[in-house]
Design a protein around this ligand. Sequence first.
Ligand code: ADP
Length: 482
Amino acid sequence: MTNIKSYKLFIDGKWINAQSGETFDIINPANEQCVAKAANGDERDTLKAIDASWNAFKSWSSLPVSDRADIMMKIYNLMLANKEELAQTISLEMGKPIVQARNEVQNAASYVQWNAEEAKRVYGNTIPAWVPNKRLKTILQPIGPVAAITPWNFPLSMVTRKISPALAAGCTVVFKPAEQTPGSAVQFFEIAEQAGMPKGVINLITGNPSKIGNTLLSDKRIRKVTFTGSTKVGKLLLRQAADHVKKVSMELGGHAPFIVFDDADLEKAASSVVANKFFNAGQVCVCANRIYVQKSIQDELVMIVKQKTEALKIGNGLQEEVQLGPLVSSEALAKVKRQVDDSLSRGANLITGGSEYETIGKEKGYFYLPTILTEVNERMTIAQEETFGPVMPIFTFETEEEVIEKANNTDYGLAAYLFTENLSRSIRVSEALEYGMVGINDAAIAAVQAPFGGVKESGMGREGGPESLIDFLETKFISTVI
Ligand code: ADP
């Protein structure tokens, strides 16, 4: 029996219970056991957190940037010192294989380090005036208190992707993690407290999403919303943000095409598509959702991909050798089942998988076998909707023009991948794809020093690289007559 933890809210530098006195359960998706109880915050707690972030803004934003960066570097070092504990929490609450969870902690810490360094390079400009007695310049200033809302699939790296550029820019934060996975966020806040974060600068609130969301969005003092999650909730927040013209960054859904041309290195393409598609059990917004294979190489590629897929080790993510864990919830499992059943009933061909995975003993988790489908067409639900599960639908194409058109035929525009050994083709196709990020012979593209984000209904704004800080700053133009 797991030791059941208790998570409180962190508001104005104090760990407190929700005003409601209520908690909600955090469930391990590998065995349906309750692993923690989290405070069920509502409007009242959210208001307190906004007050705290508002009151702390003046002092935090005027602190010398090197002092802000020093606190952030302490957080970075403490995260690495607590890497195993953080990784275990991630795996326990959402099923991620432990090796991937450790990588997530490393990656999450890197965002803090990168933004601490970038904080020191927030430069304005001087602008040549067109008259002799004027001097023109710009300075960059923090936007103000920020609301940050994150999903469950990268519970820790989402925290630092949002909080660390905000802190570096001089903003304060009210942070709401996903209800499924608050544990590693709680640990991050404990670490920040230990690192000497002044009270009120970052505040953590768990609980009812719409009550918390409505309070954050309807308060004038919150100047920006940074959100990662579904396109549906993203659109709702955008509408709410319009009332006070809040700044927004949105990292929403994806429907990534993964294109393999007949001149590709097939071994490399096959390894990459398996690693990309089944990473985090396919619960990644940049994971391949539509695999387009040029017709002449389909049989050969499918054979290699099948072999690699069937070799994956499935099980509880906390076991060292596991490569594919459970899905996050029974709803997620039901969605995957629905998409596969729909495809099969409309004529798709099952190459491997296609059913739930029975766990050993009495444990009841949300496992689905890694699945490959061929003969997939545009009329099937899987061709239109994000899957967020371990299912690889394979489409075929004949020409470059045809596949570009098919790949772009979606409202999403986050990540796209293409595999070819032809240099000219790689340039042509990467430029024609309507996506925020493109991998050429590369299916692991996220990097802390590079901009991550989408176009079309996949969102706006970028996280990572110098762009991440810009999103939390306002440009002020100052004109002086001398
Ligand atoms: P997913 O389908 O991946 O769970 P969601 O968009 O539903 O994605 O959730 C992402 C984050 O948005 C979570 O923290 C969730 O609690 C939050 N959320 C969901 N609904 C709302 C809402 N109405 N207002 C604010 N946040 C919300």
